[in-house]
Write a protein of this length. Structure first.
Length: 539
């Protein structure tokens, strides 16, 4: 999982780049202390090591800061209260913020004994907005229920995750060797996706498949295309769903799957790629490290304009970010998704998957990005080199660790200078379209414009029916409009530009919220296109 590899990568880099003259670890078991010491010595650091167990927690006052690999600072703040709030600082970090445990921890920061010398590192500005939304919901609740007036909240600095750029450096010899091993010819362009192969918890692949199918016509004469999926399926049904969707959306596309849990295959896959693609559309993806790894490997990137990808990929310079959309706050009736998750009707996987089903990725823009990269080796080389430089200058751990240590010193300075909602709202279970409103490019609302361009409406209805029977689409049917309602809205937008409020007006009032999020669903499936007002005025 991403948070596990990120934690391991952080420890390695901290031991490599830290300016500390002593290393500290708080542990709960003896074997953890031994493992920490082994890690320190393996990085050729010979500084003293001090281990703090639960019974000696007060010793944290000497290092002055406790870094935790998650957002749950409140429990540690309560523990600190036994020794005095000014004894040390607390610093956490966000990974995914969509799970119930993460949102509970973030909401708990409001009422816990958090101090101004504590911090929760947010890996992107959009994650910071998400964190603020959850905390504000808890503030509103406490103000209405208890009339609270004074707030003490942690700092929310934005610091990205890092990578070891040199680990992803690919030479011409590495690439030639990898391609020979995989039987890839010199005239084959390889588009690489790296990450868990999970349509409900990582990136729904239909937009990528359809865009690649559309872009294949722009390949040079004699050139071939291969999609290399470097990852792993959690189970056989998910594997089958991917194969089924690829066959439906891109029947002419050749695909190759390599299990990334095998280190040798993982290295081979990274070396073989020419263009990287990841169209993340999932709330679980709070940062996304693979685009940065791809840039470090010298590959141009095609990614969704979604949360952390917006920070890592410089659009038009290191690659292309394609627009995303989901229902605006309060527009998509998303409170039922939050309620189902809160009541245990849906687990976290389903909550993430259902919400992801309502995020549209612009297929036409993705196709155009691929077309430009397929057409121009010079552009691929230029963007790849720009990406390599960007990864090294902004995201290499040697740079990021300095930001961590600067933050911790700032918290220490503040600490040393210090002297001795609506009742129906569950802040950590809000409408996902409210608290994740900063993730997509646009928020769908009543005035959003759509059109459906097709030559024959009966063929369009058949395409909808076929699409609805795909395993990775049908699993979310229970939270979607009926096929009849979808057809009714498609008919309204058939070969003309129509606002969302007109489309959903074709449905009974009680089903119009479902209808609005159904528009986002049909954008994902390539049945509808969202039209910008600028392009409509130009028309």
């Amino acid at each position: 999982m991403g948070r596990n590899s990120a934690g391991e990568s952080f420890l390695k880099s901290f031991l490599q780049h830290s300016r500390a003259d002593k290393f500290w670890a708080q542990v709960t078991a003896t074997e953890h202390a031994k493992a920490f010491e082994a890690s320190v010595r393996a990085m050729n650091r010979n500084e003293p090591i001090q281990v703090i167990a639960g019974a000696s927690l007060g010793q944290l006052s000497e290092p002055g800061c406790l870094f935790l690999p998650g957002p749950n600072l409140a429990d540690s703040a309560w523990q600190r209260s036994f020794f005095g709030h000014t004894q040390w600082s607390l610093c956490g970090i966000t990974h995914t913020t969509a799970s119930s445990a993460a949102m509970d921890a973030i909401a708990g920061l409001v009422a816990g004994p958090i101090q101004p010398w504590d911090a929760l590192i947010c890996t992107t500005p959009t994650v910071k907005h998400n964190v603020e939304q959850v905390m504000q919901g808890q503030v509103n609740y406490l103000q209405e229920r208890l009339g609270i007036q004074r707030l003490v909240l942690p700092q929310l600095p934005v610091i990205p995750l890092g990578i070891h750029c040199k680990d992803f450096h690919v030479t011409a010899n590495d690439k030639a060797k990898a391609r020979k091993q995989l039987g890839i010819g010199k005239d084959t362009l390889v588009v690489l996706f790296a990450g868990r192969l999970s349509f409900h918890a990582k990136a729904h692949p239909l937009a990528m498949y359809q865009a690649l199918q559309g872009a294949m016509q722009h390949l040079a004469k004699g050139q071939e295309l291969l999609l290399l999926e470097l990852g792993w399926h959690a189970n056989e049904p998910i594997s089958k769903a991917f194969s089924e969707a690829a066959q439906w959306a891109a029947p002419q596309l050749r695909t190759l799957h390599l299990d990334s849990r095998n280190p040798d295959l993982r290295s081979t896959g990274w070396a073989a790629g020419d263009i990287f693609c990841s169209l993340s559309d999932n709330l679980q993806e709070a940062f996304g490290i693979t685009p940065i790894e791809a840039m470090a490997a010298g590959m141009p990137t095609v990614v969704s304009d979604w949360d952390g990808y917006r920070v890592s990929v410089e659009d038009g310079v290191t690659g292309f970010r394609v627009p995303t959309s989901m229902p605006g706050p309060g527009q998509g009736g998303g409170l039922d998704l939050a309620r189902r998750h809160a009541l245990g009707i849906d687990n976290y996987d389903l909550y993430s998957g259902f919400t992801s089903s309502l995020v549209g990725v612009d297929i036409a823009a993705t196709t155009e990005a691929f077309r430009r990269l397929f057409k121009s080796p010079d552009l691929r080389k230029k963007m790849g080199e720009a990406g390599r430089q960007r990864a090294q200058s902004l995201f290499d751990w040697s740079v990021v660790i300095q930001q961590y240590e600067t933050l911790w010193q700032g918290l220490a300075d503040i600490r040393k200078a210090a002297t001795l909602m609506a009742p129906s709202l569950w802040p950590a279970r809000q409408d996902p379209f409210q608290i994740f409103a900063s993730y997509p490019t646009t928020a769908l609302g009543p005035d959003s414009l759509f059109q459906c361009q097709a030559t024959n409406f009966d063929d369009l209805k058949q395409r909808l029916r076929t699409c609805l029977n795909l395993a990775m689409v049908s699993y979310a049917r229970g939270i979607m409009p009926s096929e009849a309602d979808l057809c009714a809205m498609l008919e309204q937008a058939f070969n003309k530009v129509v606002p969302a409020q007109t489309l959903v007006a074709a449905l009974p009032t009680e089903r119009q919220a479902l209808g609005l999020r159904g528009l986002a669903w049909m954008v994902k499936l390539g049945l509808l296109q969202q039209v910008s007002r600028t392009s409509e005025i130009g028309r």
